[in-house]
Design a protein around this ligand. Structure first.
Ligand code: LIP
Length: 269
């Protein structure tokens, strides 16, 4: 696939993420204006794993747009979409990453839209409706926040690293994740927990944090954000130094990546 084609897919990712994000934002504002706060909130894998009718509406909107624009492509969505590809391309959709934040009105939430050719993500976009920011990238074409190119920071010492992380929905494993954060906290500058993997990955890409790690995610949480971070100059591995994956990921600025891998290995209780 050539750069012109990748750039075209990048524009479609941006368009889909922005449109779906605006749909969710408008819906939330309408409910808040009515004083109803009726987002149709339910739970999934546990009492803390929330889903709203706007997660479902966002995914439906993106699925319908893709059925018009890219009818032969596959689509995988967090809220149940699973359409086989006839073109070799497939879309990976988190309709609202950071659903808990969406319910509470905490800004770090939004659609994450990626498209892959085989196993390779070639374009992606993450839109944060409450701030109006759209982070996006094309494979080999760099990363940007709206119209401005972005790149990672360059700290060289662990004590200078501002690191983001997140926690899953399984109460027992949250204990493991919490102990890991507590163990590494004395060695770094500070920790941030936004509640959205996609937002955290984009934050690495634009230098808002220096690193992000988490485990037991899903592919839709990271597909777009990982490309954006890599195109912005980040490096990525699993927590044990293998290839990055939704199950286990560390994304950081190059200068401290090896030190962070060692630190996480020491604290991987
Ligand atoms: C969220 C992730 C976040 C993680 C949360 C949750 P969701 O995805 O983006 O990094 O810490 O527990 O999994 O469920 O809001 O789409």
């Amino acid at each position: 696939m050539n750069d012109t084609e990748i750039a075209s897919f990048r524009r479609l990712c941006i368009s889909l993420a922005r449109e779906a994000g605006q749909l969710a934002l408008d819906g939330r504002r309408t409910e808040m204006a009515r004083g109803t706060n009726n987002l149709g909130t339910n739970t999934k894998s546990s009492a803390t794993d929330l889903v709203t009718r706007y997660d479902q509406a966002s995914e439906s909107w993106i699925r319908d747009r893709l059925s018009q624009e890219r009818p032969d492509d596959g689509v995988l969505g967090e809220e149940g979409t699973n359409i086989a590809s006839r073109s070799g391309l497939h879309w990976i959709i988190d309709p609202i990453d950071g659903t808990t934040n969406f319910v509470y009105g905490y800004p770090a939430w939004g659609p994450s839209v990626a498209v892959a050719q085989g196993d390779t993500v070639i374009a992606g976009a993450v839109h944060i409706p409450m701030t109006g920011e759209t982070f996006h990238a094309g494979l080999g074409l760099g990363a940007a926040q709206d119209d401005d190119p972005i790149s990672v920071n360059d700290p060289q010492e662990l004590s200078s690293v501002l690191i983001a992380t997140g926690f899953g929905y399984d109460a027992e494993h949250r204990g493991v994740q919490g102990r890991r954060v507590a163990s590494l906290l004395p060695s770094v500058r500070d920790v941030r927990r936004s509640g959205s993997a996609a937002y955290d990955l984009c934050s690495v890409a634009c230098g808002r944090v220096d690193a992000y790690f988490e485990d037991r995610l899903n592919v839709w949480d990271i597909a777009a954000g990982l490309l954006i971070a890599l195109e912005a100059g980040a490096v990525a591995n699993s927590l044990d130094g293998g290839p990055p994956a939704a199950e286990s990921i560390l994304v950081s600025t190059p200068g401290v990546h090896a030190s962070l891998l060692r630190l996480l290995a020491e604290t991987n209780h």
